[in-house]
Design a protein around this ligand. Structure first.
Ligand SMILES: [Zn+2]
Length: 242
């Protein structure tokens, strides 16, 4: 099992685990075009967030990270050539990752606020560096609704709320989230969940990478909404500098 450095407890850690840009690791397995590490700060694609890019370096060389995946619980770092040694150093493409963290944290805000105001669940989401989309169900937003969603998101962003991460018993989480998220997708054997909470705007179990404070998001700007079939609407948005 690879230790996920970005998932470590953020209490008292410096730098914060989600802001870790470099790390040392040992190769525990290798294929023709990938390595498995004992520990990693590279995020594998999943949950609507793309994989991290960057480089792996070692005493006599380096390789680009082409893709990071989680396949049957195994995190594979696909690279363009394999190291000669097992001791490596990973460096994350921080510009790309930080944009994903800003997008991912803003998606929490939008999903949480829309659930609270309209009782619409997030049926799917995909973030990118330049824009993101969230699918809501059931939903039928007017242009005034979209304006309100944008304003409510920006209000929480401007009020500089801490993004809290903590563990909680599954039964407590179930009770707190109502239908915001379907916990059925999380294996029943997992009794403690990692929860992300942003003031009263969102409370949601999640294994992604998050900002420390909403003020880092910038300004949220909704680009459009699209109908995605019966009672499902997609909101597409971008983040602008404040
Ligand atoms: Zn998250």
């Amino acid at each position: 099992m690879t230790t996920l450095l970005y998932m470590e407890d953020r209490k008292g850690q410096e730098p914060d685990p989600c802001y870790l840009r470099e790390f040392d690791a040992r190769i525990t397995d290798r294929g023709t075009d990938f390595v498995v590490l004992d520990r990693t700060a590279f995020y594998p694609e999943g949950g609507g967030q793309p994989f991290d890019l960057g480089v792996l370096t070692w005493a006599s060389g380096e390789s680009n990270i082409l893709r990071v995946t989680k396949e049957k619980g195994v995190i594979k770092h696909y690279i363009d050539h394999l190291p000669e040694t097992d001791e490596v150093h990973g460096i994350i493409d921080w510009g790309r990752r930080y944009k994903h963290m800003r997008m991912h944290t803003s998606q929490h805000l939008m999903s949480g606020l829309v659930f609270r105001i309209y009782n619409s669940r997030t049926a799917g989401n995909q973030i990118h560096m330049d824009y993101s989309r969230v699918d809501f169900q059931p939903a039928s937003f007017t242009s005034e609704d979209l304006e309100r969603i944008q304003d409510e998101c920006n209000r929480v962003i401007e009020s500089a709320q801490d993004v809290k991460i903590f563990e909680e018993d599954r039964a407590v989480v179930q009770n707190n989230i109502a239908d915001r998220v379907l916990l059925d997708l999380i294996p029943a054997s997992i009794k403690r969940l990692r929860v992300i909470a942003i003031s009263s705007a969102d409370y949601c179990p999640c294994g992604g990478t998050h900002l420390k404070n909403t003020s880092e998001i910038g300004r949220l700007h909704i680009l459009e909404k699209r109908s995605k079939g019966k009672e499902t609407e997609r909101i597409v948005y971008e983040l602008l500098p404040q």
